[in-house]
Design a protein around this ligand. Structure first.
Ligand SMILES: [Zn+2]
Ligand SMILES: [Zn+2]
Length: 293
């Protein structure tokens, strides 16, 4: 499989001269089963705009899978030119949600409400007055569906979805395999519990370990520096060191550090890369790069 890194920033885009080398677009990874035409897209941050260029004038025909619904993972949707045209065919899948935000609800209230439709959930953030159009306003043939944790097929890939700890909304990590190689994508994820844990960076969640077990490449949240953890760990992100330690513990062959903090400049990311340079298995994600597995 060929993996295109279309957006490697977390939280909000980072434009400007200090961010040109690593890129400012938010979360989006496009995967091509063979050749160079992406069919499977993980997350629809503003980096989704770059996928249009990869398609070289053709409409998108494929599947978009969201890890969760935070802005930095959906804001590219209405600006995806190759998907918003009459000849596009897009299936968009997102983690199954409670009818209202489940976190503040009792179990009884949740079961009474049932689960909310994928299109309706998406429309909460993409409809007037927040945005001029609803998901139904996207041109082409769009299908919106919800995912439960488990294994399914998409665009010829085997995809495994598992719920991972993050903050403020149900969040999945994914493992994608083509039968030859496997990658795991966990762009937003924090330790189960703060404190030292087995490697000094917090407790591991079994779902994150399982998704990353033995993969050729783990693409993982690396939002924080160790000195930022005390003040900011409650935002639902780990230290980059947690991502590296998790990869090693799970037996991942390589780890790609992504979901960079919006104010982490190119120099700041160079420093991160330098800190891990003695370990050839660790790379800092750069927008526009592609990786063949
Ligand atoms: Zn995010
Ligand atoms: Zn998030």
């Amino acid at each position: 499989m060929r993996i295109h890194l279309c957006g490697v920033r977390g939280s909000t885009p980072a434009p400007g001269a200090d961010f040109v080398r690593y890129g400012g677009h938010t979360s989006c990874v496009a995967i091509a089963p063979d050749g160079d035409v992406p069919r499977l897209i993980l997350d629809a941050g503003t980096g989704l705009r770059r996928v249009t260029a990869l398609l070289d004038g053709a409409p998108f025909a494929g599947t978009i899978i969201l890890t969760h619904l935070h802005w930095d993972h959906v804001h590219g949707l209405p600006f995806f030119t190759a998907g918003d045209r009459h000849d596009a065919r897009v299936a968009l899948l997102l983690p199954e949600q409670d009818a209202r935000n489940g976190e503040a609800q009792s179990k009884e209230a949740q079961s009474k409400e049932g689960s909310a439709g994928a299109e309706e959930v998406l429309a909460r953030g993409m409809s007037p007055p927040h945005f001029p159009i609803t998901p139904a306003g996207l041109r082409g043939e769009w299908f919106f569906g919800s995912l439960a944790p488990g294994v399914f097929k998409a665009e010829g890939f085997t995809v495994e979805a598992r719920e991972v700890p993050h903050k403020g909304g149900r969040t999945f990590g994914y493992r994608v395999s083509d039968g030859h190689s496997a990658m795991a994508y966990i762009p937003d994820h924090c330790p189960t519990a703060l404190g030292p844990g087995p490697d000094g960076w917090g407790e591991y969640h079994p779902a994150a370990l399982a998704l990353a077990a033995g993969v050729d490449l783990l693409i993982h949240d690396s939002f924080l520096r160790p000195d930022e953890v005390a003040a900011e760990a409650s935002f639902g992100h780990p230290a980059a060191d947690y991502a590296v330690a998790l990869a090693h513990r799970a037996g991942a062959r390589r780890v790609l550090l992504t979901h960079h903090k919006p104010d982490r400049t190119d120099d700041g990311l160079d420093a991160l890369a330098t800190r891990f340079r003695p370990d050839p298995r660790v790379t800092v994600a750069t927008e526009g790069h592609r990786i063949d597995l």
